[in-house]
Design a protein around this ligand. Sequence first.
Ligand code: AMP
Length: 281
Amino acid sequence: MEVFKEIKPLKAYLNDQRLQGNSVGLVPTMGALHQGHISLIQASKLQNQITICSIYVNPAQFNNPDDLLKYPRTLEKDNELLKQIGCDAVFCPDNNEMYPEPSIINIDFGSLGTVMEGKFRPGHFSGVALVLSKFFHIIKPDHAYFGQKDWQQFAIVQKLVDELMFDLTLHRVETLREKDGLAMSSRNQRLNAVEREKAVVFYQSLIMAKGALQAGYEIKDVIEIITKDFNRQGVRLEYFEVVDSKNLNVLNSVKGGVNQPIMCIAGYVGEVRLIDNMFLD
Ligand code: AMP
């Protein structure tokens, strides 16, 4: 497996691959890899001759400095794992490589970026879009793979690719879960044993909400039940929203045939912020 910390040799390697007619799949990550990430790599390996995984904790997408500082970093272990599953190349640049000058660009996604994560993490999606635009220009992947777990991110990246006409196809990979249903996340490493047990409330709430909404409950009543469940566990609910999965418009009701509604949830277990989602249908 090739490991690149710098852009120039990475570009030379990729040019060479393209000359040989090899298609390139990109899996962007922030490292601390788990099986969820690995499923993205595997999806890419099925469709491309060359799979490249980027590992970069992008400061531009963190609005909370403490969160950035405490984000788990396990590069050696990550590279070992990637090697074992047959990833072809890793790009793990440092901040000087990605941001030789402080960035002044701000990317606004209108209503897609003001709900849910956008409301609680100002600037987050601008930072995500900035670093992904850089990766897309540097790597020029034919395909890029993202997890459903970050649904709003997926919708926003799709918009970025469409509007800026990046010549690549995006793929969505289903969320991989632990046995008790907790969505796999690098942040789970930061939970202590008690917090880890409590964290299952996110998944349980989504399951409960799905059943209740399908049975005809109103969204506001479901939010009330979830808020009580979270309070009982001592877990802080940030939001539970049901949105149109395409345009992310927040829904007040799912009665009357809304196109593919998705339930999205976020909150804090102790100091650790977790998100999850589930389609209603
Ligand atoms: P991250 O390293 O958290 O930025 O995630 C990198 C990519 O992996 C993103 O596209 C995520 O949506 C995806 N991902 C994270 N957790 C999971 C999971 N449990 N199952 C599938 N994909 C995931």
